[in-house]
Design a protein around this ligand. Sequence first.
Ligand code: BT5
Length: 320
Amino acid sequence: MTGNILKYLREKEYISGEVLAQKLGISRVAVWKQIQRLKDMGYEIIADQNLGYCLISRPDLLIPQEIQRGLSTNYIGKEIFYFPELKSTNIMAKEKALHRAGGIDEGTLIIAERQSAGKGRLGREWFSPVGGVWLSIILYPKLSPSYISRITLMTAVAVVKAIKICTQIESQIKWPNDILINEKKVCGILTEMSAELDIINWVVVGIGINVNIDHRDFPEDIQENTISLKEILGKEVLRVKLVQTFLQGFEKYYESLKRREFSSILKEWKLYSHTLGKKIKVDMGERIITGEAMDINESGTLILKKEDGELVEIISGTII
Ligand code: BT5
């Protein structure tokens, strides 16, 4: 209902409570209540006795009406589930992905203003206070499970591009799933999937971007290695714009990937890479390998040259 009221408020400078009530088929008291709700959400609305209601300003909330207004994607973000607070958008997205038959389409988004139990990889915590972008995208690609690392790589490219377009800030990709600015982490990506031997059932891509956040609000042990866009830019970033730009880029890259065209994405990835050419240590769970990051191949696998010259292919791991 608030979405419908917003639509009418945007159409005209002033609109009377009576006209709104008529258009929406509700009472004037109900209109008034909805206006109060919008005000509580941060919308600035003035009421003139003769002219009616007028929308003065909007908050930078990631609500569906704001994101979908002007969003030029075909299916990414066409359906959005929004929550002021959620444990984890990835957990919710996975629950929804399981019920695809219940009408959850490809490109459905779960967004939260804050997460109380945000997830990183391997059970790690992801701090998600108000001011960030915490969202998950549900996908049903008809691709083999081996494409999963390519999905993470293309997501990283879409994030870097969106940050650049919206803020002019240059960021870099630390393989496989971190975006860094000045060596500090500004974004993390968590890609999860369910698959059979040779086909993916669903993929959930979770993206966390520190946007309008003070990194000193994070636990002390990670403060040194984290940063937000606001801190770099010196002012707040419009999150709605950032999300829209990201979703548009994401859909474009995902379409390429579905056509099995990865070369151009990989080329861009390499352009933004923080990892290639560096001597790195990769924690692969059961062992740690040291060497030079030589390349990422067409399957999205990292090629590491060990000190003895042996080349090793690494599908996933954490650079330590
Ligand atoms: C990641 O894991 O980087 C994936 C993060 C994905 C978060 C998104 S938010 C929306 C969606 N819903 C979720 O529940 N998750 C996804 P990993 O590579 O394991 O890095 C985790 C590590 O990053 C932690 O152990 C901390 O050291 C650090 N960290 C935690 N919160 C951070 C933050 N907000 N900014 C930067 N670093 C952080």
